[in-house]
Unconditional design. Structure first.
Ligand code: PFF
Length: 456
């Protein structure tokens, strides 16, 4: 299919709220609830949170606006968008490709973590989740993450759900689900925090979250804050460009982007407000790592009334939050084949889903060292899973963000760029945004990269 003729398989958002919720659904996911608390814990608390918030406001938000605006104006997915704006053979098209490729990798590890959540939901229902003390619950996580066959099965179920939903089309698939799930998740988080306020560790947990000890932030912490800011907003890979491309021409991008960022940040902070009080109450170190929520929450469920039921609901909602993020990754990869190769939606999602399932295998087997992990670990020094999460979130996603800032800030002509920004927005807002894309984002990202590799 030639650039210029949008495919009849494309969709359009039904309502502004539907779009905001779906885009926020892409942003709010495992990144907020599973990953954010444990990297805050590993990086010593408040100082990391502060740097992260600065990255969100000054880098993530402006690039989100750039992606959404670009998608809305060209009504095309990343590869086609760059072809249209920079020329078919331009090197910028590589940025579109990067997004599609990283979308595959991202979903491959994401689905494994979501698969663990699935197992936890079942364990919670059966009441087996929170028997014993912290050591036992920690061991349960070790067993589940180390169970290769179980992890493969969980990941496949998650990928299958994604394929079914994205296959159903943009409005019916994504929009309808996001409308219900996001508010439900927020309400449950608030309820659980209400419970956490009654625990001994609440004050210490909150103090940890707001303790601004800059000394606790090492070289890697800065890169992690930057990478996570992009990852959590789903920015840098073209996923938001794809969602923006389903926006009708006149809808405002800036206000939508602010709403998405606010919701995403609220959920991330709420999950910390829940997890750290629990961790301190039950004597878990905040630097527990990827198992942090898988241990702290079951401990709480064991103590509260109807904990088995609440636990099951919590993990199911978490899987749903993961789904609304997974959908956008699959949509990102599949929509390339729909828009540029003329595949039907069904063909695109099943084939792309199949490839992602294969890519998920080494991630799922990573914990069962005898199958795969040990060889890789001996070679690279850490598990394939850890390696991939680091590569995607800390390096490839901000690299894509840098590309978007440079492209929109420097490469687009002034008229085209202004046309992609909201028509009615005050000139000062436009100028501020452009200044950030040109003069703040590129050097900041490059400096943080240099520091990450130890050159600064
Ligand atoms: N923002 C998602 C999260 O925080 O879980 C992850 C994500 C989804 C990143 C979609 C990128 C993407 F295209």
């Amino acid at each position: 299919m030639t650039p210029g003729a949008p495919s009849p398989e494309r969709g359009v958002w039904v309502s502004r709220w539907g779009f905001v919720l779906a885009a926020a659904g892409s942003a709010v996911g495992l990144g907020n609830i599973w990953r954010f608390p444990y990297i805050v814990g590993e990086n010593g608390g408040g100082a990391f949170v502060l740097v992260y918030l600065l990255c969100i406001v000054f880098l993530g938000l402006p690039i989100l606006v750039a992606e959404l605006g670009m998608g809305r104006s060209v009504q095309r997915t990343p590869v086609g968008a760059f072809q249209l704006l920079a020329g078919r053979r331009s090197a910028w098209v590589g940025l579109g490709w990067l997004g599609v490729a990283v979308g595959f990798l991202l979903l491959s590890f994401y689905s494994v973590v979501a698969g663990w959540m699935l197992r936890y939901a079942f364990l919670a229902v059966s009441g087996a989740l929170s028997r014993g003390g912290v050591a036992e619950v920690q061991q349960t996580f070790g067993t589940i993450a180390g169970d290769g066959a179980g992890s493969v099965a969980g990941a496949l179920v998650f990928i299958g759900l994604n394929v079914a939903m994205v296959g159903a089309g943009i409005q019916r698939g994504v929009e309808r689900w996001s409308r219900i799930l996001m508010p439900a998740l927020l309400v449950l988080l608030l309820g659980l925090i209400g419970y956490a306020t009654t625990l001994d560790g609440f004050a210490v947990g909150v103090a940890f979250l707001f303790r601004f000890d800059l000394g606790a932030l090492d070289r890697g912490g800065l890169l992690e804050a930057l990478g996570h800011a992009f990852f959590t907003l789903s920015v840098g890979l073209g996923g938001m460009l794809t969602y923006g491309s389903y926006l009708p021409g006149r809808s405002g991008v800036v206000e939508n982007a602010v709403a998405i960022v606010l919701l995403d940040t609220v959920v991330a902070m709420l999950s910390c407000l829940l997890v750290f009080p629990l961790a301190f109450t039950f004597g878990l170190p905040p630097s527990e790592g990827p198992g942090l929520i898988f241990v702290s929450l079951p401990m709480a469920f064991a103590q509260m009334p109807a904990g088995g039921f609440v636990g099951a609901v919590f993990f199911v909602l978490l899987i749903c939050a993961a789904l609304t993020s997974g959908l956008s990754m699959l949509e990102l990869a599949a929509s390339y084949f729909i828009d540029e190769r003329g595949w039907t939606r069904r063909q695109a999602v099943t084939r792309v889903g199949g490839i992602i399932a294969v890519l998920a295998l080494p991630c799922a087997l990573t914990g069962s060292t005898e199958v795969f992990g040990s060889g890789f670990e001996a070679l690279v020094g850490r598990s394939y899973f850890d390696f991939l999460v680091d590569l995607v979130t800390n390096w490839l996603t901000p690299l894509g963000g840098l590309g978007f800032a440079l492209f929109v800030g420097w490469r687009l002509g002034p008229g085209v760029r202004r046309g992609q920004f909201d028509e009615g927005a005050p000139e000062a807002v436009y100028r501020g945004w452009l200044a950030v894309l040109r003069f703040l984002a590129p050097p900041a990202i490059v400096l943080i990269f240099l520091r990450g590799i130890g050159l600064l």
